[in-house]
Design a protein around this ligand. Structure first.
Ligand SMILES: Nc1nc2c(ncn2[C@@H]2O[C@H](COP(=O)(O)OP(=O)(O)OP(=O)(O)O)[C@@H](O)[C@H]2O)c(=O)[nH]1
Ligand SMILES: [Mg+2]
Length: 246
């Protein structure tokens, strides 16, 4: 099974890769780790496949690139090797139970660069987990935003995407669940917003049930392990196609 953790900078991809991998290991699964982030200095796990073996963003900065230019250039240089990376990941997948893919800190270099897109196209049935952290959930329209963003990732990568709130050990989880678990409540709440943004969010949330099956939101903590059993169950259901991820 191949799981890819995708999310904005600091959403918890790397920490979750390590701690969910530890959890799987303790449950007697074999786990392979893939690092696709050319900009990360230190990793809390030992990657079996690591793009930094070919290129790192900081080496490119020494060549004179700025921080963003170095990241983009690193994926330009990796692009000719995309089939090689896909081959390495597929080989790992044939040998191990779970492959966990940690994606770049800058999500756009994964979603907007051919390296990320072509790699995902080459891998079978990847389950993408879209991580968002509580800091970005301030107002009702933000909950609508994250639900749609999960769908947009589906659209872009062509994978099945599960939305997951991270760092639930450090937030008022009940408050977030109210908006994320009950789409009708969220839509009704958005109807009360008078701003243009609120109106747009209300319209978008109203069509959400027509656009996608009611995918469950995961609530994860890489610190306490909360939600790991749920993630394991949904990954299993995705691969055996015996569940509907709701
Ligand atoms: N409280 C809490 N903090 C977390 C959790 N997961 C990650 N963090 C913290 O969030 C910060 C970012 O975590 P990372 O795992 O580096 O996030 P990332 O998405 O890999 O970050 P980039 O690769 O730099 O984009 C770190 O300070 C982590 O310790 C969690 O479940 N709970
Ligand atoms: Mg990271």
């Amino acid at each position: 099974m191949i799981l890819a953790f995708v999310g904005t900078a600091g959403s918890g991809k790397t920490t979750l890769t390590r701690s969910f991998g530890n959890y799987l290991g303790k449950n007697d699964y074999t786990v392979g780790y893939v690092n696709l982030d050319t900009g990360v200095m230190r990793l809390p796990y030992s990657p079996d496949v690591d793009v930094r073996d070919d290129v790192t963003a900081w080496d490119l900065m020494e060549e004179g690139f700025g921080p963003n230019g170095a990241i983009v250039e690193s994926y330009d240089r990796l692009l000719p090797k995309v089939d090689e990376y896909a081959g390495k990941i597929l080989k790992l997948d044939s040998e191990l139970d779970y492959i966990l893919i940690d994606t770049p800190g800058q999500m756009e270099t994964f979603l907007f660069h051919d390296f990320g897109l072509m790699l995902m196209e080459s891998l079978p049935d990847v389950l993408t987990v879209y991580l968002f952290s509580p800091e970005i959930l301030r107002k009702p329209s933000d909950y609508c935003f994250v639900r749609f963003f999960g769908l947009i990732i589906d659209l872009r990568l062509g994978t099945t995407t599960l939305p997951a709130l991270t760092k639930v050990d450090a937030t008022d989880l009940d408050h977030h669940k109210k908006y994320l678990d009950d789409l009708e409540y969220l839509t009704a709440r958005l109807k009360l917003e008078s701003s243009t943004q609120g109106l747009l969010a209300h319209r978008l949330c109203s069509v959400l049930p027509e656009l996608s099956p009611p995918t469950r939101v995961l609530y994860l903590s890489a610190v306490t392990g909360e939600g790991f059993e749920d993630l394991e169950t949904l990954a299993y259901e995705h691969y055996c196609t015996c569940g509907d991820l709701t």
